[in-house]
Design a protein around this ligand. Structure first.
Ligand code: HPA
Length: 271
């Protein structure tokens, strides 16, 4: 793994991916951000050595180098999910690459089902903690100390300084920001009513199928993480309705403009 990461990093550095300030995973809800990034380089995943290639509709795969609010960013346009069949090590490989391109600050976004009765479809939730209920752990197996320690501290999975600044920006922009705990399940099925109830009963606020493996691997390498989730459907008792991938994409669109604006402002302000 180490050699593969270094090989990919060297390839990208030669292509001009140098001195990045932020890594951004453009999950559902942040796809729009691509329109306000000044893209200098866009490389299809298939042309990058060792990169996995995404198969899900609406998750096209390109690695982007560009500037946002005058800061250098590397963005993953398209992410990899466990339910697609990737191993945890494969799907988090790009996060390892971001770290060795020199990135310390990671911004991740996703879509999720809200189980908090205060939430509505289209809300933006700042992820302040997570619960990992994926069936496999990305750090299982021999630990390579060059990446990080065996037993990773997770007392602050989402960086408190980033959270504080992000909240201040949302307040300043008068954009409603929910806050809560994201619980990760493997999917690809959406939850049954009983499963949504379980999610709520373990004190989570939203449930989705991504992000947590990436944040775990980022924390393994001591990166600072900011997580955003767009609530695209509700798993609230008595109100659980049918949901489809298309509806999730459509609901995410409601929030995309605001999410992009907040991230743009955040990137400009965060030191
Ligand atoms: N459950 C899991 N993943 C999701 C959901 C959901 O309700 N909505 C969007 N992604």
């Amino acid at each position: 793994m180490w050699d593969k990461v270094q090989e990919t990093v060297n390839f990208l550095k030669e292509k001009g991916f140098v001195n990045p300030d932020f890594g951004i995973v453009l999950g559902t809800g942040l796809g729009n951000l691509i329109h306000i990034i000044d893209v200098e380089k866009s490389i299809p995943y298939g042309e990058i050595p060792n990169f996995p290639v995404s198969t899900v509709k609406g998750h096209s795969g390109n690695l982007i180098f560009g500037t946002l609010s005058g800061r250098n960013i590397v963005a993953l346009q398209g992410r990899f999910h466990y339910y697609e069949g990737w191993s945890m090590q494969e799907l988090t490989f790009p996060i390892r690459v971001l770290k060795f391109l020199g990135i310390e600050n990671l911004i991740v976004s996703n879509a999720s089902g809200g189980v908090n009765s205060k939430f509505k479809v289209g809300d933006i939730m700042l992820i302040n903690d997570h619960i990992n209920m994926m069936p496999e752990h990305p750090l299982r197996g021999a630990n390579d100390e060059r990446f990080g320690v065996r037993f990773v501290d997770m007392h602050e999975p989402y960086n408190l300084q980033m959270i504080k600044q992000f909240k201040a920006i949302a307040k300043h922009k008068d954009i409603l920001l929910q806050e809560g705990v994201y619980l990760a399940l493997q999917g690809p099925t959406f939850e049954t009513p009983a499963e949504y109830k379980m999610v709520k009963s373990v004190s989570a606020d939203a449930v989705g199928m991504s992000t947590v493996p990436e944040v775990i691997v980022a924390k393994h390498m001591c990166m600072n993480c900011l997580g955003l989730s767009v609530i695209t459907d509700l798993g609230i008792e008595g109100k659980v309705e049918a949901v489809s991938h298309e509806e999730v994409q459509l609901a995410a669109k409601i929030a995309e403009k605001d999410v992009s604006l907040l991230v743009k402002e955040f990137v400009a302000a965060y030191q």
